[in-house]
Design a protein around this ligand. Structure first.
Ligand SMILES: Cc1cc2nc3c(=O)[nH]c(=O)nc-3n(C[C@H](O)[C@H](O)[C@H](O)COP(=O)(O)OP(=O)(O)OC[C@H]3O[C@@H](n4cnc5c(N)ncnc54)[C@H](O)[C@@H]3O)c2cc1C
Length: 595
């Protein structure tokens, strides 16, 4: 089964969980209207469903072989990419001064979900190009922006992000790629990068690499990294494509999933060094790269949502079609659709609830990013920036973890037909797996949340977030609607657990950091269950307010929020205990693993 973009669902979460409607009323987005938002979503949905989704299987089976130094992209991909860029999708949230449309990151986040649900392997390329454009806009010198920015914003040229080397993955301090000053303001880059997404392909006439490298006199560690723009083809003074730069793709990885996305080993300096241009200041490269990476982290979170949505659609269709056994409540003869069996219903509901919760968390993160850029005053912008920083690791890690879990449930719902390749359920599972690894593994995200984000503004950022979650849970209890069941109460208990775990971790950060690190992953999950449960409750409350209008489907939204609160958020107390009581046993791993 192919993917159908759930435009109404996406629009509802944007408007009512992520606050787009309120932001439009406030004027945060200038003269942007809901009608325009709806029109953009509708068009993006059509493109994703009609043009990109049919290429997903083609990419999986064809792969991206390297022939005579050139990557051969799957059939139909170049045409689709060219049409996609020509329609302006790459520049949706790009700066208007450089040919972008300057629309909200929030709206772009919804579109990124659609491109990736249609095909994760297709969607990851543009994610990196958008991030590269943002990094260049923020840190590039005027001449560099003049030559490259408009083409990156439009997607006429694609960008790459190049950090990883064989000995430098999560820890970039040992990065070895060298940069020498050439004496004319440019640099010569030499070394090797591995696992580079879209490092080589034929979708665009040029590829603009963003490469971390080390100058000869740089301080050791990550404080000695500089960021360089290294084009595949040098660009002449008149903007035309010039000679080939000294960078090449040495090989393309064979991997578990996203076969349509070329993962390349890149070699710099066969002929004395590739010409590179400094982005930002020397030795300040990691900070510049973080502009690209923060953008990409949220986008990878959206990949998790995307693959979960696609897997859920497919499992639901299969479960309504496939008949086995007779459901307990069924009186007639014959077999029931498997969707009638409580255990299958539990799987389907888990898939639906996790997907919607992760979507809401990702969109809330994008909304905070918009407010950080567009907010009325410095106080608002700073608080929003901290909210975006706090939520980014949660959006990335939770969404990609549930992407795998939901895709795995999708295989399970299909039974044996899920394990064979025919239905496509197996491809979703294979594709989903990478998102928890790249853009900073999910373990690194959890550590980032605990060690860097909880201490923001002396803990004020996380306290403000907890206060908002509490208000939502109390509002659910206050409506006193029996169809919510124990939603309000269960969410309040999850928030209590989150608050206690937060205070415990903050207390350990200085005195016993290894205890805080041991609990980071269950803490991130606890955070996501409380925040995701409240976001679904917000949607249900909005649906009640709206009555039958605006695609509200209030009964379905209440049922989803209730399922999440009564089946998933109730795990909050267990996660709290894993954080606050489990650290000692984690730190005795040597003993257990020796046995
Ligand atoms: C398909 C694919 C595409 C990729 N695309 C790109 C790209 O475009 N550009 C790019 O630069 N890179 C890319 N990467 C690389 C990717 O970002 C890294 O694989 C990732 O950052 C992890 O690094 P590593 O593989 O060296 O694992 P390692 O760093 O060796 O980690 C292995 C395990 O140890 C854990 N770990 C490591 N350090 C710590 C620590 N301090 N505390 C706790 N746990 C720790 C990790 O969480 C992980 O579970 C890609 C990788 C793949 C497979």
């Amino acid at each position: 089964m192919s993917y159908r973009t759930p435009v109404a669902d996406i629009a509802f979460t944007l408007k009512h969980a992520a606050g787009l409607s309120r932001a439009l009323e406030e004027g945060l987005y200038g003269d942007l209207t809901e009608d325009l938002v709806d029109a953009v979503l509708e068009e993006a949905g059509k493109f994703a469903t009609d043009v990109i989704a049919p290429l997903n299987r083609v990419g999986d089976t064809h792969g991206t072989p390297l022939l005579d130094g050139a990557v051969v992209m799957p059939p139909g991909w170049k045409e689709a990419y060219t049409a996609w860029a020509a329609a302006g999708w790459n520049g949706l949230a790009g700066p208007a001064d450089w040919g972008g449309q300057g629309l909200p990151h929030l709206l772009n986040a919804a579109c990124i979900e659609m491109w990736n649900a249609a095909s994760m392997a297709f969607g990851i390329g543009p994610v990196l190009t958008m991030g590269a454009a943002e990094a260049l806009a923020a840190h590039g010198a005027p001449a560099l922006r003049e030559t490259y920015l408009q083409k990156l914003v439009s997607g006429e040229w694609m960008g790459t992000m190049q950090l990883t080397e064989p000995q430098a993955g999560s820890d970039l301090s040992t990065l070895r790629t060298r940069a020498e000053r050439a004496g004319d303001g440019t640099y010569r880059i030499a070394g090797q990068k591995i696992f580079i997404t879209y490092g080589e392909h034929d979708l665009t006439g040029n590829i603009v690499h963003f490469v971390l490298a080390r100058l000869p006199d740089a301080p050791p560690g990550t404080r000695g990294l500089s960021l360089f723009l290294v084009p595949k083809f040098l660009v002449n003074a008149d903007g035309t494509i010039g000679e080939r730069n000294d960078v090449r793709c040495h090989s393309v990885e064979h991997k578990l999933g996203i076969h349509g996305s070329p993962t390349c080993t890149m070699v710099y300096g066969d002929r004395g060094g590739a010409t590179g241009y400094l982005v930002g200041e020397e030795n300040r490269g990691l900070a510049c790269m973080f502009t690209l990476m923060n953008n990409a982290r949220l986008a990878v979170g959206l990949q998790g949502v995307a693959i979960a949505e696609r897997a859920t659609q497919q499992a639901l269709a299969y479960a309504n079609d496939r008949r086995q056994g007779r459901a307990a409540h069924e009186t007639g003869a014959g077999m029931s659709p498997i969707a009638a069996h409580p255990d299958v219903r539990r799987m389907l509901l888990t898939m639906r609830a996790l997907t919607r919760a992760a979507r809401a968390i990702c969109y809330l993160t994008a909304a905070a990013t918009d407010r950080a850029h567009r907010g009325a005053d410095e106080t608002v912008r700073k608080a929003a920036q901290e909210r975006a920083s706090l939520l980014t690791p949660v959006a990335k890690a939770f969404s990609t973890d549930i992407g795998i879990e939901v895709a795995s449930l999708g295989v399970q719902v299909h039974g044996g037909m899920g394990y064979v390749e025919e239905t496509g359920a197996a491809q979703h599972y294979r594709d989903a797996r990478i998102a928890a690894i790249y853009e900073g593994t999910n373990g690194i995200q959890a550590i980032d949340l605990v060690t860097r984000k909880l201490p923001l503004s002396g803990g004020q950022a996380v306290r403000a977030c907890l206060g908002e979650l509490r208000r939502t849970a109390s509002a659910v209890s206050a409506v006193n609607d029996p169809s919510f069941g124990a939603t309000g109460q269960n969410l309040l208990q999850a928030i209590d657990s989150l608050e206690r775990a937060t205070m415990w971790l903050i207390g350990k950060l200085d005195k016993a950091p290894e205890q805080a690190l041991a609990g980071a992953t269950p803490y991130l999950r606890l955070f996501a269950h409380a925040a995701g449960g409240c976001a679904l409750a917000e949607e249900a409350l909005a649906a009640i307010r709206l009555g039958a209008g605006d695609g509200a489907q209030s009964a379905a939204r209440i049922a989803t929020a209730r399922f999440f609160a009564e089946n998933l958020a109730v795990g909050g107390s267990g996660l709290e205990r894993a954080v606050t009581e489990g650290a000692d046993s984690v730190n005795q791993a040597d003993v257990a693993l020796a046995g």
